[in-house]
Design a binder for this molecule. Structure first.
Ligand SMILES: [Zn+2]
Length: 291
């Protein structure tokens, strides 16, 4: 179980008051996490038995199996497991990070949560990490949009290919027949060279994939996986964001850079991309979590 299955973080359009109503107490967050983890009811991870009782150990609430007596924390195996922070704060952090349009600084996040900036920074990066690392084993077929992304440094996004201090990523979005995003893969690569792209393609794509990329030369290496490849001249930058074929890939880039970067002051044309009303960022990422 990873946080990826936790829909809380991606509930779009919930006001802060509504969110607090739903997840404002530790008990409610605990119950929600248990529900997400065991949608058909608790099952002992050791013996598979459903019978259980709740026991309290200090502040911790544990499921105790009636059959083998094993005690299980709902947080075990999740990114919350190693954290001493209450679930309530994690839930709130997920809400704040995913709801803010231009990203939330760790100072602001800390202030809103009542924790130090250092703690807020750690939480933010842990959440971003989970979003990026999941779906590692998934292979795509069908229509796939692929692009290069640079995360970190002064500004994240697609501009300034190869700029220093940035981590290169490949982002691939599998779309349904009617062009809706279905799954995403974000994977770190050494650089945008044919070897790296070929390696990515052979682990992330099947021979049935129809891949669309921009004209960056290294992308021709996706055919390593035996798939069909179409390159589109996009003109780069803001222009690329408007090309329909890259709609979802750009939405994903926007989402991940918001999580990774601190806001850098007022929004300018260079730092922000317009997300059309149809680009439901929440469901893009949420859909991606369903395996
Ligand atoms: Zn058991």
């Amino acid at each position: 179980m990873t946080i990826a299955r936790n829909k809380v973080q991606f509930q779009k359009g919930l006001s802060e008051a509504e969110f607090d109503e739903l997840y404002g107490t530790e008990e409610r967050c605990h119950a929600e996490l248990a529900r997400l983890r065991w949608p058909d009811g608790f099952e002992c991870p050791d013996c598979g038995s459903p019978g259980h009782c709740m026991v309290k150990r200090g502040v911790r609430l544990l499921f105790q199996c009636n059959a083998c007596r094993k005690q299980t924390s709902v947080k075990a195996g999740t990114i919350f497991a190693s954290s001493k922070l209450p679930l309530r704060l994690w839930f709130k952090a997920m809400h704040l990070v995913t709801q803010s349009k231009k990203g939330i600084s760790s100072i602001e996040l800390g202030r809103r949560l009542g924790v130090t900036q250092t703690t807020a920074w750690t939480m933010k990066h842990k959440l971003a990490q989970v979003m990026i690392e999941r779906n590692g084993a998934k292979r795509f077929n069908g229509n796939v949009q692929m692009d290069d992304a640079y995360i970190g440094g002064e500004r994240s996004g697609k501009r300034g290919r190869g700029a220093p201090g940035k981590t290169p990523f490949v982002v691939a979005v599998a779309t349904t027949e009617d062009g809706k995003p279905d799954q995403i893969i974000l994977r770190r690569v050494i650089g945008f060279r044919k070897v790296a792209i070929g390696k990515f393609a052979s682990t992330a794509l099947t021979g049935d994939a129809n891949v669309v990329t921009d004209a960056l030369a290294c992308f021709t290496a996706v055919t390593t996986a035996g798939c069909t490849h179409t390159q589109i001249q996009t003109g780069g930058g803001a222009q690329a964001a408007k090309t329909p074929a890259f709609k979802w890939v750009n939405t994903v880039l926007e989402t991940s850079s918001r999580l990774w970067s601190e806001p850098t002051g007022p929004c300018t044309q260079n730092t922000c991309r317009d997300i059309s009303p149809n680009s439901n960022i929440g469901s893009t990422v949420d859909t991606a979590s369903k395996q």
